[in-house]
Design a binder for this molecule. Sequence first.
Ligand code: SF4
Length: 443
Amino acid sequence: MILLINPKTTKPSEFQSEYFREPSLGLLYLTALLERYNMDVDVLDLEQYFDLSIDELESIFKEISKKYNLFGITCLTNTYKYSINIAKFIKRYNPSAVIVFGGPHVSFLYDTIFMTESIIDFICVGESEISFIQLSELLMQLQKKLIDHKDFINKVQLIRGLAYKTSKGKVYFTGYPEIVNLEDQPLPARYKLSQPNYYYKVANVIINRGCPNECSFCSRQSLFQKVRIRNISSILSEIRDIISLQNYEYINFYDNININKGFLHNFCNMFITNQITIPWGCELRVDSIKDYDAKLLKEAGCKLVATGIESASQEVLYANFKYQDPTQVLNGLKNLKKHGIAVQCYFVLGLPGENESTFQETVNYIRKLPLTHEDKLEYFAATPYPGSKLWENQEKYQIKIIEKDFSKFDCQHIIFETPDLNLQQLIAMFKIAKELEKFHSTD
Ligand code: SF4
């Protein structure tokens, strides 16, 4: 029996924001796939538990660890440590359990992780829909004694997208995983989330994987090697599935839903033609949003657009591969506001190339944005996530990482200094940024 675990990611201060809390879709896709292959699987989404202390966490695993023999844990950089604690609890109460980690952090750092951590048995590198299913099938065969350990190891080597430590202590990587065809995937198994603790009101829907852009602070283009957009009919099926569950009041669509303008128009027309009236929001690049696009988004029921603006300085943007013109961004925002769509604008402080003058330029720019009480602004600290250009090219960017604790890689802590900005300067600027955020985020 398999248990898939989503560690807790929400911080107490964000607790009240109903648009913040969303389940891990990756796990729900995997769950649906495992069921398709007739494997018994449960989901433990720790986001569904309120104020869980470490002792309470341990007692959960004391109670359930023996029920399962395979555990899949997804984690981000800032939840890696927490996920390791979960793995330790599992092995404490079920030493023969097999523990598989997945997600962006371990995908990029599997080598160093296996050098220091013996609690993890396998890491699914990159997209895990194929590798995890194949590994699960092999483990089931091993447990039922249909194959012996030697066969198991021989067959594991043939599964692309796995990393593990061999009996000789070497880290072995089976090669990059196969690119997943999004149209082959079942709908995420939202029905497997814990019903007694089911408070999710907002459904998240992934409409594409990969990104044609190359922002220095993002690892998406390395994690998903190819850009794929789902077809409209499968998205429509998922929306209908969400509405049929009756828990949801709102849907958020990810990621940039306008990497293809034709798709954006078809997507909006899907709501209009099929008279889908559930309110929704999305992430998109706002620099290409014309009046017609904004009007269509409004007609389709879009309530909120979230967009990464990052900086008003063209030099900072270009140094970080964000090829976006702040003037066009402003025009796009005006178009959205003209049609009554709320916006959520993201900025990043402290990217390479940032200095006190570029920060001031951004602050002045923010003051000119057409934001009203319904709009929000979020200011993040630049964070060099493993897999991003910032992480891979620390020397080239001349960044000095001063915070080694991965649990602080949450965009709310200063992680690195640059030749232009030291820690004290960054802290002072982040304080101003957070005041701006507060000013634009309280109704
Ligand atoms: S930050 Fe957004 S636009 Fe930039 S590379 Fe990542 S997903 Fe693409």
